[in-house]
Design a protein around this ligand. Structure first.
Ligand code: PEP
Ligand code: MG
Length: 580
């Protein structure tokens, strides 16, 4: 009997796969509390050190196996894990727990893992919060060696060509190996769209579904699975008709991908001659290649948070500058929008000297621009570095989570002061460096005109705008279905922002996930949006819609939609925008 499971679709575009299940039988171990005698402490620590060294060697071996043609950032993922194995917060603490509590290395490791995971859970930044997965994966590697077994790399070389891997959890290193062995899709019980494994799956183009609780218990080894990596639907035991229909979709998707590649290099212009900018959202310099391969005309959002990850100290001005310079040179002249630090407050993040304790609701607390303004030592080096980077190529500076005009005024004054400083020091910068704000809080959308008057551009961050407008935690599975980009309130705020920018003669873009979802391209064009920034893998899908669109017609239809925004048929009208 056809059975369907619903998880979180990690992939973009038509991302389908079909194949027999390979259920990864490895389970997270149940670590029992174990005690040791005081004289056993040195041996226990020696055992721990050997396991850490073995995990290190294992990861290095994986890193060396990465084929030339795979995206560069795969190596970065492995490097992140290698760094964690060297991090004193992990291994030194485990040694200390073994010595002080006279417990086994396994138990000490679990205790420290739980502590670190709790700390990461409290970070109010979705990207950094999902770094907890990395800690768990690294701990898993060490536990494996402690318990005398070997992790995936040594586990035989079974050919998994054409298989769908079903796992409880999956480390990026595992995903690389599954990929090498020919796996065509992955499913995991845990993990979300912002985990390293998810990012990696997208850049490898592997359909992936995550957060399918308990699925390993329901599936049979070898059973045929149909995966839709975008919608997150998994079908098992499909009847012949469902199977036939899926095969047709699969063929269609393959043809579609080949056709999309031909759009690279074609000007991004609508049927009625309106130019539309399609830019990339990037996080690491190694993402540049993907942006270029898909013909991005700029970087509409460069998230700088990665500079602060996996370390205890703060990056200084020179380090900021070096990383921006690498991006600017790599991008070869296309503009880059550098967003200032968007980190949530957490008093236990050693590298961020945020003095305020985490509030009861960190999403509404001291994060992003609020944190930066409260911590000038955190903010100034980054602002100076962005200013200096602007002498090297076309750069824009963007402020996250602006919610009032005082924040904008304060930053403008600070930038003015820093420009004078740089001038006195004889350091170069672009005196006209454009400064813009993200519109990702309803209050900012409502005063978008005032913000636009003070700044050079706006960019709509729908991920947070939806979260804050609809009161839906974007990380909470249980309310995921209410996260609706076409909610009338969201459409009003988006339209209001676009109109405000237009009236003030300022460019406005969108860099939230909505901009990279082709289902909304026509709607956004009709609402007046002309600059889109998205995961580079989504650019060609969106471009296809742009090329077929007629903005005249879409503007007319969207004006009608806005006039009926309180009516029940709004959803139908929006759907009709995508039907020829
Ligand atoms: C957004 O909120 O839409 C956005 C692009 O920022 P982030 O996802 O980094 O919070
Ligand atoms: Mg945001």
């Amino acid at each position: 009997m056809t059975t369907s499971f619903q998880g979180i679709g990690i992939s973009t575009g038509q991302s389908l796969a079909l194949g027999p299940a390979f259920i990864d039988g490895r389970r997270r171990r149940n670590i029992a509390r174990g005690w040791i005698a005081p004289e056993q402490i040195p041996t226990e620590i020696e055992r721990l050190d050997q396991a850490v060294a073995a995990a290190h060697t294992g990861l290095r071996a994986i890193r060396e196996q990465i084929p030339q043609h795979t995206p560069l950032n795969i190596a970065d993922f492995i490097d992140t894990h290698l760094l964690m194995l060297e991090d004193v917060a992990l291994v030194d603490e485990v040694r200390r727990i073994v010595s002080e509590q006279h417990c086994t290395a396994e138990w000490a490791l679990q205790v420290q893992c739980d502590t670190l995971v709790r700390i990461f859970d409290e970070i109010d930044d979705p990207y950094l919060r999902t770094r907890r997965d990395d800690i768990e994966h690294v701990v898993e590697q060490i536990q494996t060696f402690l318990q005398g077994s070997f992790p995936l790399p040594e586990h035989g070389t079974q050919d998994l060509a054409g298989h769908v891997i079903v796992a409880r959890d999956m480390a990026p290193a595992d995903l690389i190996l599954w990929h090498h062995r020919g796996a065509v899709a992955i499913i995991s019980e845990f993990g979300g769209p912002m985990s390293h494994t998810a990012i990696l799956a997208r850049s490898l183009g592997i359909p992936a579904v995550m957060g399918v609780h308990d699925i390993t218990a329901y599936l049979q080894q070898g059973e045929l699975l149909l995966i839709d990596g975008q919608s997150g639907t998994i079908t098992a035991d499909a009847d012949p008709l469902t199977l036939q229909d899926f095969r047709r979709r699969l063929q269609h998707a393959q043809v579609h991908r080949i056709r999309l590649r031909q759009l690279v290099g074609q000007p991004s212009v609508t049927r009625d001659g309106v130019a539309v900018s399609l830019m990339a959202n990037l996080e690491l310099p190694s993402d540049i290649a993907l942006a270029q391969a898909n013909g991005a005309c700029g970087v509409g959002l460069y998230r700088t948070e990665f500079l602060y990850m996996n370390r205890r100290d703060l990056p200084d001005e020179e380090e900021h500058l070096a990383s921006y310079a690498e991006m600017i040179v790599g991008l070869g002249g296309i503009p880059i929008t550098i967003r200032t630090l968007d980190l949530g407050v957490d008093k236990r993040v050693d590298s961020v000297p945020a003095s305020s304790p985490a509030g009861s609701n960190p999403a509404l607390g001291l994060r992003a621009i609020r944190l930066c303004l409260k911590e000038p030592d955190l903010f100034r080096p980054q602002l100076r570095a962005i200013l200096r980077a602007s002498a090297l190529g076309p750069v824009r500076l963007m402020l996250p989570l602006v919610s009032n005009i005082q924040e904008v005024e304060t930053v403008i004054a600070l930038i003015r002061e820093l420009k004078a400083q740089l001038e006195n020091e004889g350091l170069k910068f672009d005196p006209m460096l454009p400064v813009g704000a993200m519109i990702e809080v309803p209050a900012a959308a409502l005063i978008a005109r005032t913000i636009a008057r003070r700044l050079d551009f706006l960019s709509i961050g729908t991920n947070d705008l939806i979260q804050y407008t609809l009161a839906i935690d974007r990380l909470d599975d249980s309310v995921n279905d209410l996260f609706d980009p076409t909610h009338p309130a969201i459409l009003r705020l988006i339209h209001m922002t676009i109109v405000a920018a237009r009236e003030m003669n300022r460019p406005v873009s969108m860099c939230g996930e909505m901009a990279g979802d082709p289902r909304f391209t026509r709607l956004l064009l009709g609402l007046g949006l002309r600059e889109f920034s998205m995961h580079p893998g989504a650019i060609l899908d969106v471009k296809e819609h742009v090329l077929q669109a007629d903005t005249h017609d879409l503007n007319r239809r969207c004006t009608h939609i806005l006039s009926r925004i309180d009516e029940a048929d709004l959803g139908d009208l929006i759907d009709q925008l995508n039907t020829p």
